[in-house]
Design a protein around this ligand. Structure first.
Ligand SMILES: Cc1cc2nc3c(=O)[nH]c(=O)nc-3n(C[C@H](O)[C@H](O)[C@H](O)COP(=O)(O)O)c2cc1C
Ligand code: SF4
Ligand code: SF4
Length: 246
């Protein structure tokens, strides 16, 4: 079983690719109503995006609830550039036999603009190759630590990640502009259930995961985060995948 969490599709795609290449099943943890029985699992994987050089709280909480296992375990985080010590920290919650990072297009448009189309295509092509190699290592149950931690990894995964969770998860600056047609997609798809429709317009709760799905996936590009995002591109992986990988 390969468990994943994904805001804009990178980690979902990586998890599905790994499942296909290792004859396993990919499972979105936001769709689970109860913990699965893993007694006979030969491998257990965790795939998630890096948030401020840390593990998304949702994935950390999920892993903490899973029973211990004798199976081969691996974690793969997708990140725009580098992962810090996130996977090492995850391994303290749920011990991992192997750890990987995979560079994918940046989706954090609240922080900076997304990659341009050329860069996105290059990153996905490189990731596809990486996943081929990684899946071979997982199949052979080789113990590997191949994580691009980047500079000052301890500081970033410690203090900076703490600061992100404490101060940068406000959903209050989100708003929908005039082009919103009230379709409700953002509210239906928010993994934190932090959006409700009021008089046909979305309204955000105080805090959320900052997964960037709503702002990137709105079909009308109507969502903004304060003044920062008006001139920035939107990104989800779907526009860059062949039909059979969507
Ligand atoms: C809140 C937030 C924080 C992020 N922090 C980092 C980071 O510290 N390092 C990095 O390389 N990428 C960072 N990113 C980029 C994502 O990790 C990357 O785009 C990831 O592949 C998105 O995966 P998803 O499409 O499955 O949500 C961040 C993205 C978000 C939304
Ligand atoms: S997805 Fe966009 S258009 Fe649809 S309700 Fe949300 S903000 Fe409005
Ligand atoms: S409000 Fe938007 S950014 Fe926040 S968790 Fe929901 S979909 Fe993700």
């Amino acid at each position: 079983m390969i468990f994943y969490f994904s805001g804009t599709g990178n980690s979902a795609w990586a998890a599905r690719q790994l499942a296909r290449l290792t004859d396993d099943t990919a499972c979105d943890i936001t769709h689970l109503n109860e913990l699965p029985d893993l007694t006979d699992a030969r491998q257990i994987g965790f795939v998630f995006p890096i948030y401020a050089w840390g593990v998304p709280g949702l994935m950390a909480d999920f892993a903490e609830k899973l029973p211990a296992t004798q199976a081969f375990t691996f974690g793969l985080c997708t990140c725009g550039e580098d992962a810090g010590h996130a996977i090492k920290r995850f391994s303290r919650l749920y011990p991992l036999s192997s750890s990987y990072s995979l560079v994918m297009p940046n989706n954090y448009i609240v922080g900076s603009d997304t990659d341009d189309a050329d860069e996105i295509l290059k990153k996905i092509a490189a990731a596809r190759e990486d996943l081929g190699r990684i899946s071979g290592e997982i199949r052979r149950q080789e113990k590997v630590y191949r994580v691009h931690e980047g500079a000052m990894a301890g500081l970033k995964s410690g203090l900076v990640n703490y600061g992100f969770n404490r101060f940068a998860r406000s959903a209050k600056p989100f708003f929908a502009g005039d082009s919103c047609n009230g379709c409700g997609l953002c509210a239906a798809n928010c993994p934190a259930h932090a959006i409700t429709l009021r008089e046909g317009k979305p309204v955000w709760a105080t805090q959320c995961y900052q997964c960037q799905r709503c702002i990137n996936e709105c079909p009308k590009q109507a969502i903004q985060y304060g003044k920062a995002t008006a001139a920035r591109r939107r990104y989800t992986i779907r526009g860059y995948l062949p039909q059979d990988e969507q």
